[in-house]
Design a protein around this ligand. Structure first.
Ligand code: FES
Length: 201
């Protein structure tokens, strides 16, 4: 081996150089993996305790990933206003408000609403009855009553966003709620009465 080669290409320099390259590659690979792990949705399994904010109060509840919001409301918090009429939510009877939007609690997973503001029909019956249920009473907008909490919440959520809604707008918006007793006309009258300022007496 020539002196020049020994001087410029020693074993130590060679190993040092390849070691640095390998270390850099390893570091960038682990950084890439950490970034990918951050982007992946977190898998949560088994029973766990979470906090749900319902009607302004924070509750600790035990849920599994498959537990619906409706099950938590009815069987852990004893809020039975939302009704288990249809597991696919097609009846609208389990309607509650989550962060200002109406959703069916039967099709909403409890884990999905952790940290959100959940409002049930019970919140409309404080010391003073909310104008929506009040107008439902005044306009006889229920028979068996099974669909009524869902209708009341759906009307409340819609009028919160559209306080001057017309009868047609309300009718179109309530198409996600079904009444087997056929109280639609009275429900509509009740909702229109709220827009006109009824239910505050
Ligand atoms: S009042 Fe009976 S289902 Fe609507």
């Amino acid at each position: 081996m020539s002196n020049w080669f020994q001087e410029h290409f020693s074993r130590r320099k060679f190993l040092g150089g390849t070691g640095a390259v390998a270390a850099t590659a390893l570091l960038s690979e682990s950084a890439r993996q950490a970034e990918a792990a951050e982007k992946e949705p977190q898998v949560r399994s088994g029973e766990q305790t979470i906090k749900l904010k319902v009607n302004g109060k924070v509750h600790e509840v035990k849920v599994e990933p498959r537990t619906t919001l409706l099950d938590v409301l009815r069987y852990q918090l004893d809020l039975t206003g939302a009704k288990p009429v249809s597991i696919d939510g097609s009846s609208g009877a389990s309607t509650v408000i989550v962060d200002g939007k109406p959703v069916t609690a039967s099709t909403t997973l409890a884990l999905a609403v952790e940290g959100k503001a959940i409002q049930t029909v019970e919140s409309l019956a404080g010391k003073k009855l909310d104008p929506v249920p009040q107008c439902f009473v005044e306009h006889d907008a229920e028979q068996c009553g099974f669909c009524t909490p869902g209708f009341v919440v759906a009307v409340r959520a819609y009028l919160d966003k559209n306080p001057n809604a017309t009868e047609e707008m309300i009718r179109n918006n309530l198409n996600g709620n079904i009444c087997r007793c056929g109280t639609y006309v009275n429900v509509l009258q009740a909702a229109v009465a709220v827009v006109k300022g009824g239910g505050n007496g």
